[in-house]
Write a protein that binds this ligand. Structure first.
Ligand code: DGL
Length: 259
């Protein structure tokens, strides 16, 4: 199976892309909701959680692991790779394609405070931004709204407006979505940007990467295809109620105590 994890429900935006690209493969998705959000935690805390989760997923029989969280990729992908013998795919803000396509010479990246302040983003900017100016903004409160399943209330709309409206006066033409929770708020972002600004969600690129690694390794999907959804929240009912709105179908959610 393909294993995937995030601090919470955001990685389901990656789940959608991977599950559509690889219709034969079962996916086990783990949401670390007991520790969500990661964006305000220390590197050590995020790395410790990530390694623990990945070890557990590998023991469950993962053929490949997707870190469906920019923050965990930034903080912990090296630790995770050191621990696991299977291929590990991480996710990072699509600064490279957004900068390459920019005509106005200005783009924005929206991500958690942790990701925005990271060396990883600094390296991406140094390597790929060139002369393009990259405005960095956190989506304050966005992760919490997605976790609560609130994708369209006035309160959510206001949080989206607070982060995006100031960018609209800056002549940007691309926005890289650098947190896997944010694509669920894309309809609200588009209400503000219209079609003139392109949103970059790297989920489909991740799905292509997973596909090519599985091909390279000659791995075949186990039958039958059975997806699993797991939360570290002792109460699985929250996640199970949110799944239809986020991925279009209900599933049973298991609760896992991981200490
Ligand atoms: N979904 C995660 C990301 O891609 C982070 C959310 C959080 O702060 O936990 O960065």
């Amino acid at each position: 199976m393909i294993a995937m994890f995030d601090s919470g429900l955001g990685g389901l935006s990656v789940w959608q892309a991977v599950s559509a690209a690889l219709p034969q493969w079962p996916i086990t998705y783990l949401a670390d909701q007991a520790f969500c959000p990661y964006g305000q935690r220390s590197r050590e805390e995020i790395a410790e959680r990530s390694v623990k989760i990945c070890r557990w997923l590998a023991e469950e029989g993962a053929s490949i692991l997707v870190v469906a969280c920019n923050t965990a990729t930034t903080a912990a992908i090296a630790d995770v790779r050191r621990e696991l013998a299977i291929p590990v795919v991480g996710i990072e803000p699509a600064i490279k394609p957004a900068a390459a396509m920019s005509r106005t010479g200005r783009i924005a990246v929206l991500a958690t405070e942790y990701t925005l302040a990271s060396e990883r983003v600094k390296t991406l900017l140094d390597a790929h931004a060139g002369d393009v100016e990259v405005l960095r903004r956190p989506g304050a409160g966005w992760v919490e709204q997605v976790e609560a399943g609130d994708l369209s209330s006035d309160a959510t709309r206001e949080l989206v407006r607070a982060a995006v409206a100031p960018l609209l006066e800056q002549n940007i033409d691309h926005i890289a979505l650098g947190c896997t929770h944010y694509p669920f708020l894309a309809p609200l972002i588009r209400e503000l940007t219209g079609d003139g600004i392109r949103l970059y969600d790297p989920a489909e690129a991740i799905a292509r990467r997973v596909e090519s690694l599985l091909d390279e390794q000659g791995l075949q999907p186990p039958a039958p295809r059975r997806h699993r959804f797991i939360t570290t929240d002792p109460d699985a009912s929250g996640m199970s109620q949110r799944l239809p709105a986020l991925i279009g179908q209900p599933y049973v959610v298991e609760s896992l105590r991981l200490q």
